[in-house]
Design a protein around this ligand. Sequence first.
Ligand SMILES: Cc1cc2nc3c(=O)[nH]c(=O)nc-3n(C[C@H](O)[C@H](O)[C@H](O)COP(=O)(O)OP(=O)(O)OC[C@H]3O[C@@H](n4cnc5c(N)ncnc54)[C@H](O)[C@@H]3O)c2cc1C
Length: 412
Amino acid sequence: MSNTVSVEAFTQQAREFLERNAERKEAAKAFVWGEGSDNVAMFEERSREAEMEVLRKAKEWQAKRFDNGFGWITGPTQYGGAGLTPAHERAYNAVERDYRTPSLGVFQIGLGMVAPTILAHATDRAKDLYLRAMWRSDIVGCQLFSEPGAGSDLASLQTKAERDGDEWVITGQKVWTSGAQFSDIGEIICRTDVSLPKHKGLTGFIVDMHAPGVEIRPLRQMTGGASFNEVFFNEVRVPDDHRLGDVNNGWNVALTTLMNERASIGTMGGGETSMWTRLLAMIRHYDMDSDPIVREMLADLYINTKIQGYTGQRAMDKIRAGQTPGPEMSIGKMALVDNQKRMNDLVSHVLGAKLQADTGEWGTYAWSQLLLGAPGMRIAGGSDEVMRNIVSERVLGLPKDAGIDSKSAFKD
Ligand SMILES: Cc1cc2nc3c(=O)[nH]c(=O)nc-3n(C[C@H](O)[C@H](O)[C@H](O)COP(=O)(O)OP(=O)(O)OC[C@H]3O[C@@H](n4cnc5c(N)ncnc54)[C@H](O)[C@@H]3O)c2cc1C
């Protein structure tokens, strides 16, 4: 496919590809309370077998998109991308929405966060080895940052990497690693020099998740599922050409990943139509649409969700214009979790005790999966408090958080 193709011609090619390979969605059927699935879970609670089936379907679809030039539309041609513009990508996404295609959520971390970091910081050899394979979904990537003693204060991490000739030897423990159970590679940040201040002695690597010495243990969360893990590294060997960026420059590597993470979370949502339809149908089903408190909560949720959508759009427009978004990311993320709380309060107000005990009634207890998943979003990608610190320092000009010691050697 030519990388000078116009958006119009590309849209036509996309439509032809989708007509050949996917089923068109039927004209949207009016949602009827009590019919179809009542699943509104934030984190899908699947058995390992069901999870592997979702992964298989996602891989099959992404490989087909990739082989036809629609898998990495804006990526450089050198690494298998189509070398086109974000406008081409938006055009493809708009067409794909008319078709029934498998969810690609399992690749969110690998393609949304790890692959952009590899493109920005990896050696040419690692880019050749991994970018095409990741974007074709032959391999899946995960993010190995958090540790038991390093989450918000990521620069306190202790997993160490020691040089041994042309290799590095990694020993330590990571935690909350989403999707490690089906990942082939991970982006890991390790401590490489304890005599430097904590942000300065870190280095990033690409580690093989199937290498000897890697042990993955699932962690069960309060929703019942186990979508993240503890990962132990026992003298795991990584070649030096799998290093990301310079030795002891891992903090900048981590920031590239975190910026992509906040971009993907902070610009999420903004009013998913099916969720509104479901919410309104529920309120009407329980004859609460004239209740003044319910009406006020609903209006508040609607207005704030629209504002959140516009904030996300501002950040995306900056990215598309080649600028670096500033606090919009943090504000967008805070707005997202605040709106989730507004929605949960409204659902709790309408359903009351039906949320706490499963009576078998359609569309009631199922909402507990959304409510129990929501606190995770207050923490993932930077907790509420950390986001507020960023906004107070960078927008309001308040003094820096006193807890961060950026001068003493880490070992001290
Ligand atoms: C759904 C989910 C998926 C995740 N996936 C991954 C993943 O794939 N890979 C990965 O590496 N990590 C992942 N994480 C981990 C996540 O990055 C950390 O949980 C997060 O950074 C917070 O760290 P912590 O859990 O250690 O909490 P802590 O940092 O110990 O925080 C505990 C509490 O103290 C508050 N706090 C901390 N510091 C400050 C401060 N300076 N000022 C004010 N308050 C403060 C926090 O807001 C929080 O309320 C995931 C987490 C979740 C919830």
